[in-house]
Each structure stands twice: as structure tokens, then as C-alpha cells.
Design a protein around this ligand. Structure first.
Ligand SMILES: C[S@@+](CC[C@H](N)C(=O)[O-])C[C@H]1O[C@@H](n2cnc3c(N)ncnc32)[C@H](O)[C@@H]1O
Length: 382
């Protein structure tokens, strides 16, 4: 695979290309990565690449001319031209896999206020690495190049990425290494059992548990990425629901309705082959607020566990390490609530849970303060 990256700041790529797996992949000719300086494609003597925006406003906008020149020179018949932009479609592991099958990629890094809008007309797709704004497209192009390169044959052991996060829309299972026990935390017995069937089952169950807990949205995901790759008309839209992958095909006139079971699994009402691609014309979820229920279910489960742990702290049945652990878990729950779940829940419910977490945190802190005061009092009256 060849990857060309068009940038105003070629030096930013030095460490990235000179270290670790990417360097090895380049040395072993698994990938060719060329950094191209946008200024080399200007035609005026001052090598201008940007100008002020029409209509006023602050900042500078990248001009059409040097970018068009560069694309025209670097693009071959099989090149996919990718513009980095916070407005692009979100980059995902699935897209990484799809792009890893291409032969030639050209990334266009923006800077300052971004690109003249007309530049998007000669790009095949716009990609974003997340809903935040960076100073330039250099880091996004490195992020995407890294995730694609490690998927190329022979770069890392294929088994490593067969089982990692986002495969089958699941997060990765938890992993442990030596020692068997650290700060009172033990490695699960099953991993020491040597029974590989049991280990596989445990890992599968843990991957599902982690996904339900941390990223319930992954369990229902419409895979739309291929639609954005211009010229890939033969690609059809695939809808993934839990273990079921369904091809969206209006001509088959087959509707499938999924029920959400008590364990928050997805059960098709009609016959659908597991893991096999089945053509359907319409998919519906019979419980419209299922993600909300799933999120609330997970939060309540976590909160109940934490309530028990907080009681242990308040009853003085643990040491400082245990107390710090429970405080850490409260922070973790709050962070999960705000970052992973809040988007599915109404604001009153989120602040109710936040208040509960605050209350528990305050109780622990009060207890800690009283403990310190008691020790000081005893010290003074000895
Ligand atoms: C400061 S940004 C321009 C932001 C633009 N004015 C906007 O609000 O959409 C400059 C350049 O950084 C890159 N960039 C910034 N954030 C990005 C993101 N989340 N994903 C991909 N590229 C990004 C793009 O190439 C963009 O043209």
C-alpha cells in the first residue's frame, strides 16, 4: 500500500515514521508512506497556500490552487483522496479495515480555519477522528495511517487484531499479566485453569459484559461507512444488531422485528441466521427506548454494587487503599454516566444519579476527615 500525506508541516511526522511498528512496516516494505509539502505545489513566488475568507471573519483558509495541483500530480486511477476534517464521517475500526484493502491513499491535512469548500469536490471522502477541533490534520492523518498500517498483512500477528475491540461490534475482553495478585486484586481463576474452552467462553462473556456496560450503543449499529466511499456502488448497507448482520435490500420484502429480552439481548421475531448475512427490507426494534433502559439498568447495577462498597467504608471495615478504590469507582461511574450514557438519558435522571454519587463521595470524605480528627485528638490527649 502507498500512503501520501499532504501537509504544511512535514516535520511533525518525524517521530511517527521513525519508531516502532510503523518504522518496521516501512522497512519491511509493507507500506510506503510519503510526506508531501503543500508549499511545493504553489506556483507563485511567495509560495502562498492560504488567504483571508470571503465575506470576512477571522483566520486563514487553505487555497484551492496548491491542493488541486498536488492532488492532480499525486492521484493515480486507484487513489482514494481523503480530506481530514472535523466535519467528516467519524473514523471507526470498520473504516480502517475497509481502507486497509485499498492500494493507494492520499490524505489532505488542513490547517488554520480549514479548506476552501471547493476542495471537497475532488476528494473521495472526508474523515473526522472525533467531535473536537485540532489545530491541523497532521495528527488525524497519523491516527488513521497507524490504524490502517497495523491491519496490513504481515505487519502484526493477524490474531492480535482478530480479537480486539470493535470486532463483531464488541469491546475487547479484559487481559492480565504477572503477578497473579497485585494490591489484593487477583487474576480471575479461569485464566489460570489451562482450560482453553472455558477461557474462550469467559472472554466472550466478558467482552459482551464490557460492551453492555461501557458502550451499549455498539450493540446496535448501522454500518454506513461504505456508502461514503464514492465509486463503491456494489457495497450494500449492512445493519448489525447484536449478533445479527442484515443486508438492507428493499427488493426482498422481508421485515424483521427484534425483541429485547430481559437480559438485554436481541432476539429476532422471525427466523434470521446468526452471524450470517440475511437480506431484509426493514428492521425494527420493538422497544424504542431500549438503549435508555439498557443504560439505566447498567447504572443501577453499578450503583447498587457501589452502595455496598461505600457501606463497608463507612463501617470502617476496610483500609485506606480500599477507601481510595471505592472513591475511584465512584469517579469512574460518574465519568461513564457523563461520557457514555448521558446522551441516551434525560437530564433530570443524569443529575439525580450525579447527586447520588456526590452524596456517597461526601459521606466517605466526611468519614475520612473524622478519622483524621479522632487520631489528632487522641494524639493530643495521650
Ligand atoms: C482548526 S481546524 C478547522 C476547523 C474548521 N474551521 C471547523 O470548524 O470545521 C484545521 C484543520 O484541522 C484538521 N482537523 C481538526 N480537527 C479534526 C478532527 N476532529 N478530525 C479530522 N481533522 C481535523 C482539519 O484538517 C482542519 O481543516
Amino acid at each position: 500500500m502507498r500512503i501520501n500525506i499532504l501537509t504544511l508541516f512535514p516535520n511533525m511526522f518525524n517521530g511517527f515514521l521513525d519508531e516502532s511498528i510503523i518504522k518496521r512496516a516501512i522497512d519491511n516494505k509493507k507500506v510506503e508512506i510519503n510526506i508531501k509539502n503543500l508549499r511545493d505545489y504553489t506556483s507563485d513566488k511567495h509560495k502562498h497556500v492560504d488567504d483571508t475568507p470571503y465575506g470576512g471573519g477571522h483566520g486563514m483558509v487553505l487555497k484551492c490552487e496548491p491542493v488541486f495541483n498536488a492532488i492532480n500530480e499525486l492521484k493515480k486511477d486507484n487513489t482514494k483522496v481523503i480530506m481530514l476534517s472535523p466535519q467528516g464521517i467519524p473514523f471507526t475500526q470498520r473504516l480502517a479495515k475497509s481502507l486497509a484493502k485499498e492500494e493507494d491513499l492520499l490524505f489532505i491535512c488542513g490547517h488554520y480555519e480549514g479548506f476552501d469548500e471547493r476542495i471537497s469536490s475532488i476528494c473521495d471522502m472526508e474523515l473526522s477522528i472525533g467531535d473536537y477541533v485540532l489545530t491541523g490534520g497532521e495528527l488525524p492523518s497519523m491516527v488513521i495511517t497507524d490504524s490502517i498500517t497495523r491491519l496490513l498483512p504481515g505487519v502484526i500477528e493477524e490474531e492480535s487484531h482478530e480479537k480486539e475491540s470493535f470486532e463483531d461490534n464488541l469491546l475487547d475482553y479484559p487481559t492480565y499479566t504477572k503477578p497473579r495478585e497485585f494490591n489484593g486484586m487477583k487474576v480471575p481463576d479461569v485464566l489460570l485453569s489451562g482450560d482453553h474452552k472455558k477461557i474462550d467462553e469467559w472472554r466472550k462473556a466478558e467482552a459482551i459484559r464490557a460492551t453492555k456496560e461501557k458502550r451499549p450503543d455498539l450493540l446496535v449499529k448501522e454500518i454506513k461507512e461504505n456508502e461514503y466511499v464514492k465509486g463503491n456502488k456494489e457495497e450494500r448497507k449492512v445493519i448489525k444488531i447484536g449478533k445479527y448482520a442484515l443486508i438492507d435490500d428493499k427488493s426482498v420484502k422481508k421485515d424483521v422485528i427484534f425483541n429485547i429480552t430481559n437480559q438485554f439481548n436481541f432476539m429476532p421475531k422471525k427466523e434470521v441466521n446468526r452471524k450470517e448475512l440475511s437480506s431484509v427490507s426493514k428492521v425494527a426494534i420493538s422497544e424504542p427506548t431500549f438503549i435508555e433502559s439498557l443504560a439505566k439498568n447498567n447504572i443501577n447495577k453499578k450503583l447498587n454494587i457501589l452502595l455496598k462498597q461505600v457501606k463497608i467504608v463507612l463501617d470502617d471495615e476496610t483500609d485506606d487503599e480500599g477507601t481510595a478504590y471505592v472513591l475511584g469507582e465512584l469517579d469512574r461511574l460518574e465519568s461513564m454516566l457523563l461520557h457514555n450514557y448521558a446522551k441516551y438519558l434525560d437530564i433530570d435522571y443524569v443529575s439525580l444519579i450525579q447527586n447520588k454519587i456526590d452524596l456517597l463521595r461526601n459521606e466517605i470524605n466526611l468519614k475520612q476527615m473524622m478519622k483524621v480528627e479522632t487520631i489528632e485528638y487522641k494524639g493530643r490527649h495521650r
